[in-house]
Design a protein around this ligand. Structure first.
Ligand SMILES: [Zn+2]
Length: 291
């Protein structure tokens, strides 16, 4: 009796498994394997696997999206309402990744260097007015990099790199990075030569280090009031009770006191470190000059 019953149960189990497998093979228009919905059912991500990575990788990207979604939800809150559907493109090669309203364009997939947390932060919290440049780049890029440093896969060197810039006399004044008349040259150069790539990279690290300092020193709630705002110099003074040059000075002192120099091992781990920094002396000194 017992034997018969086990046999019967196994038979039912095999039947169910077969039924499930067959069910999932039936095409339903969109391939479910590439879709993931957040636990609160607010956002559906569809992964467009243009480079045909194995399904295993797609599954791990789905997990990364859900985890990043939770972390970003638990960070700051903005009035921006994200798109209910976000398409996540996995692209060939090492182009420039983007996080827009309803799409993430990710590169560097095979090298595991794709900036998923960074770009998703843009898509979920909003950027400018409908993803334009009307509110600059400083708080948005700084915060996206802060989130990636904290929750992304790769080791963060933001503050150590900042110390490296200060020690090499390649410090960009914050007043320039937040100036809407100058910030395109720093954050959105034409990228036609290495100097422009390097200046852009340095600008991102300056913004990330400064924003990280603000959050670690004063908290997320204060930063929430600054994110994606207009007239940052005035806002900073209102929120933090110090003007931009006072707070910039505090930050620089804190970096000098808390950070050690980049080691050879660090430089080896930071992607393209030597290529990027090989041209810093050729960048127009005007970009680093105090106003
Ligand atoms: Zn970005």
């Amino acid at each position: 009796m017992f034997k018969f019953r086990s046999f019967f149960l196994i038979f039912i189990l095999i039947f169910l498994l077969t039924a499930c497998t067959q069910d999932s093979i039936i095409p339903k228009g969109k391939n479910d394997e590439n879709i993931v919905v957040t636990a609160d059912e607010k956002i559906t991500f569809e992964i467009i696997n243009k480079i045909k990575v194995p399904q295993e990788k797609v599954e791990s990207i789905k997990d990364e999206l859900l985890n990043a979604y939770e972390e970003i939800q638990n960070s700051i809150h903005t009035t921006y309402v994200p798109s209910e559907r976000i398409n996540v493109f996995l692209n060939e090669g090492n182009g420039v990744s983007w996080g827009l309203k309803s799409e993430l364009q990710l590169y560097d997939i095979k090298e595991n260097q794709y900036p998923l947390v960074h770009e998703l932060t843009h898509s979920l919290l909003g950027y400018g007015n409908n993803f334009d440049k009307s509110r600059g780049y400083f708080t948005q890029e700084g915060f996206a990099t802060y989130m990636a440093d904290k929750y992304g896969e790769n080791e963060a060197y933001t503050h150590k790199l900042m110390k490296y810039f200060i020690d090499s006399n390649k410090f960009i004044p914050i007043s320039k990075l937040i100036d809407l008349n100058q910030d395109d040259a720093y954050f959105r150069p034409a990228l036609t030569n290495q100097k422009e790539y390097t200046l852009q990279w340095m600008s991102y690290i300056h913004s990330a280090s400064f924003i990280t300092y603000l959050i670690d020193t004063y908290g997320l709630e204060e930063f929430e009031q600054l994110y994606n705002e207009e007239d940052l110099a005035k806002k900073i003074e209102e929120i933090y009770g110090k003007n931009i040059s006072e707070i910039e000075n505090d930050w620089l002192v804190s970096i000098k006191n808390s950070q050690t120099e980049l080691t050879y091992e660090d430089k080896r781990k930071i992607r393209s470190f030597y290529t990027i920094t090989s041209v810093t002396d050729q960048i127009d000194p005007e970009f680093f000059a105090k106003e």
